[in-house]
Design a protein around this ligand. Structure first.
Ligand code: IPE
Ligand code: IPE
Ligand code: MG
Length: 230
């Protein structure tokens, strides 16, 4: 294993639909397969020494998909919290939610709150689930909060903004991985990833495995981060 391990890896889990279409299956089957993949992925990052893992599971724009698919995605979140929470907790994994709780059903809000509460003192890895998350929506929320708090314009700085983001309790991502070949960020962590390294792979999310993780981490270890310096 390489020595330069990212502290925080964030993943745009893309390609579930294409994985299903290629097999003549419903798109929801791809989402199911992609979700089943999660325990192994989390374990693998944990073993590699990554301390923060963030997964983009549902964007604020994903509501525009057919109702049937949206429902399937909502149900999958509930089911996976139900079936994976105990295992994650046993593995000392802390779960947090990034995103707009308004707009999610009460059932989902409760399930998320339960997962956050049960795992809040866990310390091995923080798993952030970006669900009903949008970077622009997040920044609008910050602006509203700043106005409500009557913060003077001269007192607004990067820290004031960072402390009001959904991600306030976690560091910025060092590495952002996107699967399934699209080279774009799709409204993911737009403030936080200002100096993140990006890694794009053609592998579809349901096929993404330990070996692909090793490849991404290997590539990251070769990057020279400069933050604007010479
Ligand atoms: C990612 O897979 C899951 C979500 C965006 C919810 P997609 O459903 O976007 O899969 P493709 O891009 O259509 O293959
Ligand atoms: C980004 O994937 C959102 C998630 C992975 C949850 P999309 O499939 O929604 O992004 P676009 O539409 O290709 O940009
Ligand atoms: Mg997609």
């Amino acid at each position: 294993m390489n020595s330069n391990i990212p502290n925080h890896v964030a993943i745009i889990m893309d390609g579930n639909g294409r994985w299903a279409s290629m097999r003549d299956l419903e798109r929801s089957e791809g989402h199911k397969k992609g979700t089943e993949n999660l325990p192994k992925i989390v374990e693998s990052f944990k073993e590699s020494g990554v301390r923060y893992l963030t997964l983009y599971a549902f964007s604020t724009e994903n509501w525009t998909r057919p109702q049937r698919e949206v429902s399937a995605l909502m149900n999958l979140l509930l089911e996976s919290i139900g079936s994976q929470l105990e295992h994650l907790h046993k593995n000392n994994i802390k779960i947090i939610h990034l995103g707009d709780k308004v707009g999610l059903s009460v059932k989902i809000q409760k399930a998320i709150a339960k997962a956050e509460k049960i795992t809040k003192n866990n310390t091995d890895l923080t798993l952030s689930i970006a669900f009903n998350y949008g970077g622009r929506n997040e920044l609008i929320g910050v602006i509203k909060q700043i106005i409500k708090e009557n913060i003077e314009p001269d007192n607004i700085n990067e820290q004031v903004i960072s402390e009001r983001l959904y991600s306030k309790s976690i560091p910025d991502p060092d590495l952002v991985i996107r699967t399934a070949g699209e080279i774009r960020t799709s409204n993911f962590l737009i403030w936080q990833s200002a100096y993140s390294e990006y890694y794009f792979t053609d592998v579809l999310w349901p096929d993404f495995n330990k070996e692909h993780i090793a490849e991404a981490l290997e590539e990251y270890s070769k990057r020279r981060r400069k933050y604007g310096s010479s």
